[in-house]
Design a protein. Sequence first.
Length: 233
Amino acid sequence: MKKIWIIWAMQEEIDDILENMENIHEKTPFYTWNIWEYEVVLVRSWIWKVNAALTAQRLISEFWVELIINTWIAGAMESGLNVLDFVVSKDAVYHDFDVTGFWYKITEIPRMETSCFHWNTERNEKIKKCFEKNQNSELFQWHKLIEWRIASWDQFISDKATKQHIIEICNPACVEMEWTAIAHVCWCNKIPFVILRCMSDSADEIWAQNYKFNDKIAAKMSATLVESVLQQK
């Protein structure tokens, strides 16, 4: 049986998807169940790139996996991308990686074949189709999904100046604190991966007005969409 691993950063997101799944087996920190030809495993990584990378490598080293999915919330960067809209990854970069003093381009990792980690095309298409299928539902109505770059950094972005700087560096659709590290580990191990992010805020000074309320709704929306993808043959 093929295995899919789903990595969330926080327990709240896992709780949302567990509500609707039957015959779940728990062996902390893993939750497993079978659907179609897959054994699906949820695991919490906690916040931060190192925590996420450690979780991903543990899963790959200890278990056979076909695919790793990572989902949670993010701050919107793309113009026209609103709170509770979705981004599915085209690729992922570290927007804080800077060794320009050694004549490398910003975000470029020295002596690696790539510094831009690409997505799993087949799974992205399934996610987009599932979103379209659910778009008229009460939960997803008035929201959209785009496919574009996601960037990671060990900082919560909450001001316009930093936001504009990141846009100029690598032009991502959104920013967060885990995904590129997971993509990096998957790329090194030749494991397909997908990232799905729901926007909790706009990564500027007004984030506090949105985040406290929207992080729970965004987690619910992410869990619902992932559940729909898993149920699709």
